[in-house]
Ligand binder design. Structure first.
Ligand SMILES: Nc1ncnc2c1ncn2[C@@H]1O[C@H](COP(=O)(O)OP(=O)(O)OP(=O)(O)O)[C@@H](O)[C@H]1O
Length: 335
């Protein structure tokens, strides 16, 4: 659906050239939820804004829905933008218009008659669960409700792609969860391709299929979320994952320095997450174990578990093999 080939972008500010994105290649498939994670200034917004032509690349080729963007004239660009909806961190609603008029606005701009635009807006209002707020103004809504209006407005022109610019960063955790659920439902029911930028790995974990990590304008890692999240390769990715898991790395290092035995990090995915494996392996091999850290959670809909264990006993090697044979990813931690 979206293909970046050698795309790069520089800005000149105060007579100096600043590189926002170094040359990168990236393909986003139709129907997937794709996350782009990075710290402030990493180039996320620039990348997103290239997709709907709000920014022009300094070089490389960008193809969206089969069309090379550099071949589009103003008219072509307008048509493209109707196929690419966008939602924003601060919602960007029109404060002087009611909810229904905000949602109908892109259709009115595209020349759709009022009655038809309102009928479509009404359908969208139902989809995002805001029927009761139809005639309110944005100032009368909560943050989560405003973002739902933003989503409905973005869907008004029946886009194929939805760009989400830090769409949940201004929301509390519970509201974030409900907006992510809404996006997940839209992706599944409408088959819409969603590209989401965020500085929170947790948002990626909950809703994305694949992810790319940006660091100072470089694409440093990309792949399926389960792979990148559970086995991060780049230091920046590892930091994002640790932040999202709320791991106190210093405390863990301290525990690791003091505890006896062999240290293993076990990663269970899918059904293995629910097997009573620790007890079984301990009984069969006579090992003892101490759990130094652990969590069970989900990556989108896939359950996973991660445990850091200190194992003591003569048959620790055999125990590690038992875990591997059962499909558990085993990583030895050096100290
Ligand atoms: N219009 C512009 N003119 C000059 N420099 C720009 C412009 N837009 C972005 N930049 C620079 O490009 C770099 C990447 O910015 P960008 O907004 O894409 O990062 P970001 O990852 O989205 O950050 P944030 O999370 O803070 O929004 C930054 O160094 C920024 O200062």
């Amino acid at each position: 659906m979206i293909r970046f080939e050698g795309i790069h972008k520089s800005f000149s500010a105060a007579g100096r050239e600043a590189v926002a994105l170094h040359p990168l290649d990236l393909t986003i498939q139709a129907g997937e939820v794709f996350g782009i994670v990075g710290h402030s200034g990493a180039g996320k917004s620039t990348l997103l804004r290239l997709i709907n032509g709000l920014e022009t690349p300094s070089g490389g080729q960008l193809t969206v829905d089969g069309q090379r963007l550099d071949t589009l004239d103003a008219n072509g660009l307008r048509t493209l933008r109707r196929r690419v909806g966008m939602i924003f961190q601060h919602f960007n609603l029109l404060s002087s218009k009611t909810v229904i008029d905000n949602i109908a606005f892109p259709l009115r701009l595209a020349g759709v008659a009022k009655a038809r635009a309102h009928a479509r807006a009404q359908e969208l209002l139902v989809r995002v669960g805001l029927e009761a707020h139809r005639d309110k103004y944005p100032a009368q809504l909560s943050g989560g409700q405003k973002q739902r209006v933003g989503v409905a407005r973005a869907l008004a022109t029946e886009p194929k792609i939805l760009l989400c610019d830090e769409a949940t960063s201004a929301l509390d955790p519970q509201t974030t969860a409900s907006v992510l659920q809404l996006l997940d439902g839209i992706n599944r029911e409408l088959g819409l391709t969603i590209v989401l930028i965020t500085h929170e790995m947790d948002v990626v974990r909950r809703v994305c299929d694949r992810v790319a990590v940006l660091d100072a304008g470089h694409l440093v890692e990309s792949g399926p979320v389960a792979e990148v999240f559970l086995h991060p390769q780049h230091a920046t990715t590892r930091r994002f994952v640790a932040e999202s898991e709320d791991v106190d790395e210093a405390a863990l290092r301290d525990d690791i320095a003091h505890v006896e035995g062999r240290l293993l990090k076990l990663t269970f995915t899918g059904d293995a997450t629910w097997q009573p494996m620790l007890g079984r392996v301990a009984r069969e091999t006579g090992i003892d174990y101490t759990i130094l850290s652990g969590r069970v959670d989900r990556i989108k809909r896939m359950p996973y578990g991660q445990l850091t264990l200190a194992i003591t006993g003569a048959r620790a090697d055999e125990a590690a093999r038992h875990f591997t044979d059962a499909g558990v990813h085993v990583e030895a931690i050096a100290r």
